[in-house]
Design a binder for this molecule. Structure first.
Ligand code: NAD
Length: 491
């Protein structure tokens, strides 16, 4: 059984959970430790004790550690990508791509350590200097979802350590393998004992212990809306209150206008809706298509979807891997039923598929004749299920795109500069894509949404410092008497 990493040591747990390959449920990747609340508390105490020294550690030391982590991840991207795809079910190229991104994030933040800066300003009062500096927050609890097993941990752990915080990291139960491999790399890179701790286990046990501990100063959470809401409520009502950052669900729209390049639009839609098995918070599950291109778009989507290769995530040529587990598959099938009961037309996919090995294989589903009141058009499904809604023109398409409680990513396919510019200004989302899939972002710029999708400061890029640091404003009066410079002849 693999162990948790607490206070600089690998620690056995009394409980374990099996990590199952969704492409082949007979393949058990390993038995992973499940921490108890007491073990989580030990990790929190270790991070708390390690904070004073780490918060004052040199930026060179932090840089060197993060650089070593990034370098090792990159050097092992094929092997780690294979592990990731085996436990999560995204295709091998997607798995290797995600691992590469995790490495790039560590390398980016190794550089950010060296770029930490403050400001020095004159006061509005005489003989006083004002300095504005950033300081680490303390122990940060990092809670992550299963759909990006290494990139999301990376984009929380790297800035947390770069800015001098100590970390307690709780990965999602379904993907402990990537988390464990990442923790081994971080431990090997020379991070002092207690600065980084891995506690695998249940949200209701380990996550809850992090939320309840007065030693944890901040929680960064990525996951579903119901869990996020609970996390925020607990952090805000805690004593002392905790800083909290939430990245949650999406129901991201992609608008296709009459003047769109049809090939670009279909490429964007298939990628946005179905790649990574539709299990991306930035996936586009709502395709909003204007009248003039609607029928051609639907026909082209059906044609493309017929050719999609859905199979074992590790097989060469697979374009779409399995759904992550039985419970997510049940949710996808439930919504496919709901869509049909609501009167939407299932024009492609939606059926279970048999492959060489027992796995959670589902043919990506496309609904047409979808009204915006239907549940399939409003609720996050988090699987390879997309809807097509007709809009009479651009204005109606924009209104439909914004008519959602979510606001993570929003896309448009058009060749009109006027509509692209208007959409960028008026889409109610944290990220806007023009002639690009709604998913697929850079690692050096901010990531996050608005409305029900996000809460608190942005993640990634240099914007990450808003969450992982706290600002201090210091005033200095530089003497009791004004300094009068001597002039020639005055002595
Ligand atoms: P989830 O909310 O079920 O779990 C997320 C994490 O919270 C897991 O580690 C889980 O163990 C933990 N958790 C559960 N109960 C807890 C509790 N009571 N206290 C503390 N922690 C607890 O989400 P999931 O199913 O793992 O992930 C899918 C969701 O994540 C989707 O809604 C998706 O949109 C969202 N997501 C959002 C982003 C983003 O950046 N906006 C990125 C990826 C995924």
């Amino acid at each position: 059984m693999t162990k948790n990493y607490i206070a600089g040591e690998w620690v056995s747990a009394t409980e374990a959970s099996a990590n199952i390959n969704p492409s082949n449920t007979a393949d058990v990747i390993g038995e992973y430790a499940r921490a108890s609340a007491a073990e989580a508390e030990r990790a929190i105490a270790a991070a708390y004790d390690a904070f004073p020294a780490w918060s004052r550690s040199s930026i060179q030391q932090r840089h060197d550690i993060l650089k070593a982590v990034g370098d090792e991840i990159l050097a092992r991207k094929e092997e780690l990508g294979r592990l990731l795809s085996r436990e999560e079910g995204k295709t091998l190229p997607e798995g290797i791509g995600e691992v590469t991104r995790a490495a790039q994030i560590f390398l980016f933040f190794s550089g950010e350590c060296l770029r930490l800066a403050g400001e020095k300003l004159p006061s509005v009062r005489p003989l006083i200097d004002v300095e504005i500096t950033r300081e680490p927050v303390g122990v940060v609890g990092l809670i992550t979802p299963w759909n990006f097993p290494i990139a999301i941990p990376a984009w929380k752990i790297a800035p947390a350590l770069a800015y001098g915080n100590t970390v307690v990291f709780k990965p999602a139960d379904l993907v402990p393998g990537s988390a464990h491999a990442l923790a081994e790399i971080i431990a090997r890179a020379g991070v002092p004992a207690g600065v980084f701790n891995l506690v695998m286990g249940r949200g209701s046990v380990v996550g809850e212990a992090m939320l309840q501990s007065s030693k944890v100063a901040a929680i960064s959470f990525t996951g579903s809306v119901p869990t996020g809401r609970k996390v925020a409520q607990t952090c805000i009502t805690a004593d002392p209150m905790k800083k909290v950052q939430l990245e949650m669900g999406g129901k991201n729209p992609m608008v296709v206008l009459d003047d769109a390049d049809l090939t670009v639009a279909v490429d964007c839609a298939v990628n946005s809706a179905f790649f990574s098995t539709g299990q991306r918070c930035t996936a586009s599950s709502r395709l909003i298509v204007t009248e003039g291109i609607h029928d051609r778009f639907v026909a082209a989507m059906q044609e493309r979807m017929r050719g999609l290769v859905i199979d074992d995530a590790l097989k060469a040529g697979t374009q779409i891997g399995p759904v992550v587990d039985q419970s997510q598959l049940d949710q996808d099938l439930k919504y496919i039923r709901i869509g049909q009961e609501e009167g939407a037309r299932l024009v492609a996919g939606g059926e279970l598929l048999k492959r060489d090995t027992p796995g959670f294989y589902l043919a990506p589903a496309l609904f047409t004749e979808v009204s915006h009141a239907m549940r399939v058009a409003r609720e996050e499904i988090f699987g390879p299920v997309a809807t097509v809604t007709r809009a009479k023109d651009y204005d109606e398409a924009l209104a439909l795109a914004n008519d959602t409680e979510f606001g993570l990513s929003s896309g448009i396919c058009t060749t009109s500069l006027k509509h692209a510019s208007h959409f960028k200004r008026n889409a109610e989302a944290g990220m806007v894509m023009v002639n690009l899939p709604t998913a697929g972002v850079d690692y050096h710029v901010p990531f996050g949404g608005r409305k029900g999708s996000s809460y608190g400061p942005r993640e990634q890029g240099r914007y990450a410092q808003e969450f992982y640091t706290t600002v201090k404003t210091a005033y200095t009066f530089d003497g009791n008497a004004p300094f009068v410079p001597k002039t020639k002849g005055s002595e």
